[in-house]
Design a protein around this ligand. Structure first.
Ligand code: NAP
Length: 283
């Protein structure tokens, strides 16, 4: 395992936060890229920088060997300058991409995968050692239901029977740690899934079990769901991309694979485990 310093972007977020925690727990020197105040375990260095302003990244990249890159925007604009900046200082980049890249669901110009395709292309052409992690939907997406579960005990959403192998952020992070600290995933684009398909209706029931009171799933139409997402402030291009993809997945569920276990030696966590880990968010 290498002991050189690793910079984690998205360090206050779900996956980046888990990467910081796991690297730190493994005794690897870790630096968190932050835009504002943030608290981390003692020993984690937080350095300011904004991925929207490549010139601001100098201090964060100083003395860094590898970078875990989360791209927080819906377009690849500016990514080339950021990856050039990483390439001038570091040796390796591990990019958090998406299972949508290269899948049957990918369509030209589709907002949720087009920028990941472009970022993968830039990373691969950068001359850096690279890995592109392609996780399926995050279990943490269900946190979008948390407020309704807390206040009404009911989730109103489309596609009750949509079954997905949602993945725990800790499993994406565990694979990222391998990609950052060993050579096992150099030049690889592993597809990462949870261990089983779980329908949305069942996800809601499992959250109810985790918090110790029943939660109801009330199915609504895709049109109503689109209105709901727009009203909640989701960018229109995201709404237009996500719902048709989900409707297609209802008929053609995503594959489930054992890649997390193959890379980390531990089976991927179930949605039930994720719900228990996050029960306080839903209470
Ligand atoms: N959700 C899914 O199902 C799914 C599936 C596959 C791939 N992905 C990809 O996963 C990524 C998101 O990961 P996540 O859910 O772990 O993130 P997240 O929890 O939404 O957190 C976003 C992180 O990015 C940081 N950030 C935002 N704007 C920034 C900027 N201008 N400069 C530097 N940092 C900035 C945020 O920091 P602040 O604290 O400063 O805001 C935060 O740490 C996206 O690229 C998404 O496409 C998602």
């Amino acid at each position: 395992m290498t002991q050189s310093r690793i910079l984690v972007a998205g360090a206050t977020g779900k996956v980046g936060g888990a990467v910081v925690a796991q690297l730190h727990a493994a005794g690897v020197p870790v630096r968190a890229l932050v835009r504002g105040e943030a608290s981390f375990p003692e020993g984690v260095q937080a350095v300011r920088g904004d991925l929207g302003d490549p010139a601001s990244l100098g201090a964060a990249l100083e003395g860094v060997e590898s970078v875990f890159l989360v791209w927080p925007f819906l377009s690849a604009e500016g990514a080339s300058d950021v990856i050039d900046a990483i390439g001038r200082r570091a040796r390796r980049v591990v990019y958090l991409s998406s299972a949508g890249v290269g899948s049957v669901e990918e369509e030209p110009g589709e907002a949720i995968t087009a920028f990941h395709s472009e970022l993968e292309r830039l990373v691969e052409a950068s001359g850096l050692e690279w890995t592109a992690l392609r996780p399926t939907g995050f279990a943490s997406n269900t946190l979008g239901w948390a407020e309704k579960i807390r206040t009404t005990g009911t989730v109103r959403a489309p596609l009750a029977g949509l079954a997905r192998p949602l993945i725990h952020e800790a499993d994406i992070a565990a694979v990222a740690v391998q990609a950052l600290t060993t050579d096992a995933l150099l030049g690889a684009r592993p597809l990462l899934t949870g261990p089983e398909l779980v329908t949305q209706e069942r996800q809601v029931a499992l959250i109810g079990e985790a918090i110790g009171r029943p939660v109801r799933f009330e199915e609504i139409t895709l049109a109503e769901a689109g209105e709901q997402m727009r009203a909640a402030g989701y960018p229109p291009e995201l709404v237009e991309a996500v719902l048709p993809v989900q409707a297609k997945m209802l008929a053609n569920p995503e594959p489930v694979n054992g890649e997390v276990e193959r890379v980390t030696g531990t089976p991927a966590r179930t949605f039930q485990e994720w719900a228990v880990d996050h029960a306080t968010d839903f209470r």
